[in-house]
Design a protein around this ligand. Structure first.
Ligand SMILES: Cc1ncc(COP(=O)(O)O)c(C=O)c1O
Length: 375
């Protein structure tokens, strides 16, 4: 067995950026400005420009980007928010945190994103009247068809808040995701396509009054320390993380291209493997492969997980328990989310990252192929 292969190795990235990081961090330390200083201001400006939006407000996590965004959109107790149950727990958690109710619509099998035909049926049904917001999740880095989402929601007067936590740099028909809806949320958890070296998050919007509300909420409900206008939070991105993110932002497109190259090697290497489907890229979508997620049919997932484990290769099941099967997010009796359940039973995510060397990808492919021949 060769050296162990983790899901993601950030070592080569830190090595490559070492001098730039040291310069940025040294300057930040010497400045002794650690909260709401120049790095935060500049990072927000650079990120807004990069994403093609008017405003970007940084926060201390992607979860808070969702929570404060929901607050600024006026979502609260009694409101129903439609999203997917096949996502990270934070999506539904944020909805509950503001006192609203998550309502799940099934996913479509190819991308694992919201099934837009089912979303249309839901909004046309009795629950449509109660829906105050739709949160599409660009899962694993594959963009949702935002034209279709907006054409369903806009005529009904329902705002859209994109959970783009996993899709920094993904585009739909050439436009970066996050900027399509009324607002968009990103996470800078270290493993994300743009990751900080700690927690961080971002909310984006073209709407100044929304962005100003988030600015207040993140700082105890006050732009001025002593004049709270609302009950807020302490949710500021710190200067050290902002300095790291400013070093990393210019590299994201090249890194996403490298992830796509790893994905290409996987797709070619795994073609024709029994029971294994490699991820699709819809027409109009530019997938940034935050995760490289297979669908493994015929009940063979456990066996493949074991085989990878035996070869010293990490893998992960995102998400083994869909949110509607977790007590805090239980849905009314009779709710059926068949494709969501099926996805949870069949998905398997493989290691991927911008710096993943070709021989590592080849070893993973060989381990999976070896499984089929029993070798
Ligand atoms: C889809 C999704 N939404 C929200 C979040 C929350 O982000 P964070 O971990 O930065 O709070 C994540 C992150 O892991 C995520 O994957």
């Amino acid at each position: 067995m060769g050296a162990k292969i983790p899901m993601l190795d950030l070592g080569p990235e830190v090595e490559e950026l070492w001098d730039e990081l040291r310069t940025a961090l040294d300057a930040t330390l010497r400045s002794t400005r650690f909260i709401l200083g120049p790095n935060v201001v500049e990072f927000e400006r650079e990120a807004a420009e990069w994403l093609g939006v008017r405003r970007a407000v940084s926060l201390n996590s992607g979860t808070d980007a969702l929570v404060l965004g929901l607050r600024a959109l006026g979502i609260g107790p009694g409101d129903e928010v439609v999203t997917s149950a096949f996502t990270f727990v934070a999506t539904a958690e944020a909805i509950c945190r503001v006192g609203a109710t998550p309502v799940f619509v099934d996913v479509e099998p190819a991308s694992f994103n919201l099934d837009l035909e089912r979303l249309a049926a839901h909004l046309d049904g009795p629950a449509g009247e109660r829906t105050r917001l739709v949160i599409p999740v660009h899962l694993f880095g594959h963009p949702v068809d935002m034209d279709a989402v907006l054409s369903l929601c806009e005529p009904r007067g329902i705002p859209v808040f994109e959970d783009a936590a996993q899709a920094f740099g993904a585009t739909w028909r050439g436009r970066r995701v996050g900027g399509f809806g009324r607002a968009g949320a990103f996470s800078f958890f270290p493993s994300k396509n743009l990751g900080a070296y700690g927690d961080g998050g971002l909310v984006v919007s073209d709407d100044d009054s929304f962005a100003d509300t988030v600015l207040e909420l993140r700082n105890h409900g006050a732009l001025d320390k002593y004049e709270a206008h609302s009950v807020g939070y302490n949710s500021r991105l710190d200067e050290i993380q902002a300095a790291v993110l400013r070093v990393k932002l210019p590299h994201v497109d090249a890194w996403n291209d490298k992830r796509r190259e790893v994905a290409r090697l996987y797709r070619e290497g795994l073609a024709g493997l029994d029971g294994v489907e490699t991820p699709d890229e819809a027409e109009g979508a530019h997938h940034v492969f935050h995760q490289y997620t297979l669908r493994v049919r015929d009940g063979r997932r456990d066996e493949l997980e074991r085989r990878l484990g035996d070869a010293g290769i990490a893998c992960a099941v995102y998400y083994r328990v869909p949110l509607h099967r977790l007590a805090p997010f239980a849905q009314p009796p009779g709710t059926e989310l068949r494709e969501t359940d099926r996805a949870s039973e069949q998905v398997l995510s493989l290691p991927i990252g911008a710096y993943q060397p070709e021989p590592v990808t080849a070893r993973i492919v060989a381990a999976l192929r070896g499984d089929q021949t029993g070798g």
